[in-house]
Design a binder for this molecule. Structure first.
Ligand SMILES: [Zn+2]
Length: 332
């Protein structure tokens, strides 16, 4: 799949990735890439969870996969009749959530999120035509007192658009678990050592041209595999067994909330039907507030999972997130 034939015009665009493969163990030691590829990887963290559920539910070179429960949450909103939602814009916002970093991703060489940033215009013509008032929220009140209910139209004003996330000149080393580091000799030497490689003759260098379809493959593997680059390059089919089974026992919910704080006093009522024999939840019933809370997950960007302290359970996303927090903001 990697660097394969490119049929459609859309896929002609590609970015370069160089990998060093341990020939005997059939593993990627590390990958090297420049801005174009690293920007694409970092853009994963900005994707809203609903967008990821949508992207991975489609076939790429890898079959459609499920993004844990987010996929069923996403499906439920897609299937929900509009009469249960405030208005049609609510549904649209949840199944095609806007990316708050849209301006950064817009110019990526391979931008897999094709959600167009939408805006609603004020119904008062003076506002619309002269003041150019707009909102991303349908029927929100304008400062003139009228509502933003005209549109939606695609935001085409991408003034002062930043170009991606990392600097043009920077070069990076990417570990097999997507941890991104500045490209220093000592980093590559350290990784060679870690993999027990004393002789470069035991390795093979490969240069790949990554297409948009393959970026979706990488996104899927980043959620499912601990070694996404190896699985991507060597087309491993057994990557599912790499996922983290210890996740459930590690996470503690709400441990930082002092019990007498105002935050702790706010609550939502959820009624659970539990089977006594195995304490498994059969179903839950709840009011609008809890449904709103669940649905809002779809609009959260993937990077928000850092709130789980590097325990997102998504195989390689934690590594990617950690590398981003550790890269020096001045130099890269
Ligand atoms: Zn107005």
């Amino acid at each position: 799949m990697a660097g394969g034939a490119t049929q459609s015009a859309e896929q002609v665009v590609n970015v370069t990735l160089r990998v060093l493969v341990d020939k005997a163990r059939k593993k990627v030691v590390y990958a090297e890439a420049e801005k174009d590829f690293v920007d694409v990887l970092l853009s994963f963290l900005t994707l809203p969870l609903g967008t990821i559920a949508r992207l991975v539910s489609k076939e790429s070179n890898i079959e459609a996969v499920k993004f844990n429960s987010i996929s069923s949450l996403y499906q439920s909103v897609s299937d929900l009749k509009e009469e249960y939602l405030w208005n049609k814009a609510c549904k649209e916002m949840l199944i095609k959530p806007g990316n708050s970093m849209e301006a950064y991703c817009h110019q990526l060489k391979l931008n897999i999120d094709e959600t167009e940033p939408l805006q609603y215009l004020c119904e008062y013509p003076f506002c619309r035509l002269v003041r150019n008032s707009w909102s991303i929220f349908y029927k929100q009140k304008c400062k003139c007192g009228m509502l933003f209910n005209s549109g939606p139209v695609v935001i085409d004003d991408m003034t002062c658009v930043p170009d991606g996330f990392v600097k043009e000149t920077a070069s990076f080393i990417i570990r097999d678990d997507l941890y991104v580091m500045p490209n220093h000799l000592r980093t590559s030497v350290c990784l060679l050592k870690k993999h027990g490689i004393n002789d470069l003759a035991n390795t093979e260098k490969k240069t790949l041209l990554i297409t948009k379809k393959e970026v979706v493959d990488l996104l899927k593997l980043s959620l499912l595999s601990k070694t996404p680059i190896t699985d991507f390059i060597l087309k491993n089919k057994n990557f599912l067994c790499n996922s983290n089974p210890k996740f459930q026992s590690k996470i503690r919910i709400g441990k930082d909330l002092p019990s007498d704080s105002d935050e702790a006093k706010k609550n939502m009522v959820v009624i659970l039907m539990v089977r006594k024999s195995n304490t498994k939840v059969l179903f839950a019933t709840a009011e609008e507030d809890f449904a709103d809370f669940l649905f809002s997950f779809l609009a959260f960007p993937l990077g928000v999972l850092q709130m789980l302290e590097g325990l997102s359970s998504l195989s390689s996303i934690d590594g990617l997130y950690r590398s981003m927090t550790e890269l020096s903001s001045e130099r890269y």
